[in-house]
Design a binder for this molecule. Sequence first.
Ligand SMILES: [Zn+2]
Length: 409
Amino acid sequence: MRMDRVLKRVESMAGEAVEFLRKLTSIPTINPPGANYRPCAEFLGEQLRDFGYDVEFIAPEPERVNVIGRMGTARPTLHFNGHIDVVPAGHGWTVDPFCGVVRDGKIFGRGTTDQKAGIAASIFAIEAIRREGVRLHGSIEQSGTVDEESGGFAGMAYLAEQGYVSRGRTDFVVITEPLNVDRICLGHRGVYWFEVKTLGRIAHGSMPFLGVNAIGKMSDFIGEIEHKLKPALGRRITAMPVEPPEARHPCININSISGGQPGTIQTQCVVDHCEAILDRRFILEEPFEEVRGEIAEILDSMARRDPEFQYELRDLMIVQPVLASADSNLVATLGGAVRDVLGTNPPLIASPGTYDQKHVMRLGHVDQCVAYGPGILHMAHQPDEYCRIDHLVDAAKVMALAAMRLCGI
Ligand SMILES: [Zn+2]
C-alpha cells in the first residue's frame, strides 16, 4: 500500500521534475572544456538541501566541483550517481539546446537524455518517498559528478579514490545513464586510446629518394590495421551482453591522422613525421596487456622487416572493461521494480562505450553497481536530443520502488 502511494506521488510530481530538469539543462555544463560546473553543482546542492540532504561539495580542482547529498547514515547505503557534464551541442538543432524546450511530451536540450534526466529521476524518486512520510531503514546518497565525458578522473574516479564511494560505506550504486528505461546495464567494454608517430627523414621534395616519407610509413601501419588486425578482431566475440550485438566484437577506429605541410602552404619537403590517434575498444576476454602487446608487436614486426620504419607508441587513455554480476541483490531488485512498473522483463545488457562504472567497481571496489535510467541510448550526443516525460516518470517510479526494497521501510 505504502509503495503504491509513493508511485502515485511520483506521478503527481511530474511537473515539478520537468521544471527541475529544464533548469538543470539550461546550465550549459559543456565538456570539453568543463564549463559551469560550479553553478550546476550549487543548483543541485540547493535542491538536495531543500529535499532534506546533508550536502558536500568536493572539488579536486577549483572549477571541477562535484556534489554529494546524504540522507541518513544507516546501512545499507544506496548511492545514485549522475554526471553533470554534457558534450558540445554541435550542429543541426531546431531548438535552443540550452533552453529546456518542452513539446509533445518531451524535454529537449543537450544533456537531457545523457544524462540530466537521470539525475532528475533519482532525486524525485526519493523525494516522493519522503513526501509520503515513508521512512527508509537504510540511507540514500545522490551525487552529481564532473568530467564523465572525458574519462571521469576529476569526478567519480576522485570520489572513489578518496573513499566517498567505496565498499566501506556504499552498498549499492545506480549510475543513472540512459540505457533505455526498460533495460539494466551491467557494465561496459574497455578502451585503449593511443598515438602512433612515424618518423621519416626530411629531404628536398624534388629528390624524395634522399629522404624517408613518414606518411608513407604511416600508411603501411594503417594497412596492417585495416587488413590484418580488423579482420582478426571481427573473429573474436565476447560473452558480455553488449548492445547492439555488433559491438560484441572488439573493434578499432582511426580517430585522426596528421602529417606534412599545413593547409595549402607549399613546402618542398619529404615529410619527416606523422601522427595518428587510434581508439581500440576491447572486451572482458582480452587482458589489456595483450591488447597493447598486439599493437606493439605489429609495429615491432614492421620495424624488423623494414629498417626505415621508425615509430613511437604513446598511451593516451586506458579504461578497463567491467561487468557486474547478474545474480546480485541490486540487479534482482531493480529487475523486479522494472517488471512491476512497466510490466516487462528487463534485458540485462552491457554498453559498447564506457561510463563511470569502472571507477566505482575498480577504484571504489563496490561490486553491486549497475546503470539504469531514463532516456533512449541512441539519443545521446545527437542534435535535438530529448527525453520523454513518461520515461522520466517511469524511471523515477522504478528507482523509488527499488530504493524502498533495497533500504527497507
Ligand atoms: Zn552519459
